[in-house]
Design a protein around this ligand. Structure first.
Ligand code: FE2
Ligand code: FE2
Length: 168
């Protein structure tokens, strides 16, 4: 496998684990805020991010690349409002999108067609990630300081359940 692309994708594994860690920090924030549904949503996202990292590891291994794991940075652990948390989610996912797009553009430059194909799944996934965060921000805007609305949203987010797909 092309070294430049392999290095960039290996670094992305660390970013996916950092994402998982950030969502776990958000889970802890909402546990503390007595928002069990939002805490659940973050926990499911924590699981999903670990799946992303594993999917990348498996692909790199299949191409004969060993990943040297790096330190995972400490995530932010305090937020001032529900809105601030979900805005952070959107900003973070926009950052992940640009990071994946950068790897894709390296793969294009290096004519690594297999990786281009592999990354297409993540490019589609990022559309969903940004859409989810944007929708939650819009719902929080509608709710404002309506306690009943907030309770309804929290009940809805309690239903999210990540089922790990089989990694091919
Ligand atoms: Fe991810
Ligand atoms: Fe997702």
């Amino acid at each position: 496998m092309n070294n430049v692309v392999a290095k960039a994708l290996s670094e992305q594994v660390n970013k996916e684990f950092f994402s998982a860690y950030l969502y776990l920090a958000m889970n802890q924030h909402f546990e503390d805020e007595n928002m069990p549904g939002m805490a659940n949503w973050m926990y499911q996202q924590f699981l999903e991010e670990q799946f992303h990292a594993k999917k990348m590891l498996k692909y790199l291994n299949s191409r004969g690349v060993k990943v040297d794991l790096e330190q995972i940075d400490k995530p932010q652990v305090k937020w001032d409002s529900n809105m601030e948390v979900f805005q952070h989610v959107l900003e973070h996912e926009q950052y992940v999108t640009s990071s994946i797009n950068n790897i894709q553009s390296l793969a294009v430059d290096e004519k690594d067609f297999a990786t281009m194909n592999f990354l297409q799944w993540f490019i589609n996934e990022q559309i969903e990630e940004e859409e989810n965060a944007t929708n939650l921000i819009k719902q929080l805007q509608l709710i404002g300081d309506n306690g009943y609305g907030l309770l309804m949203l929290d009940k809805e987010l309690a239903l999210r359940n990540f089922v790990e797909p089989v990694v091919e």
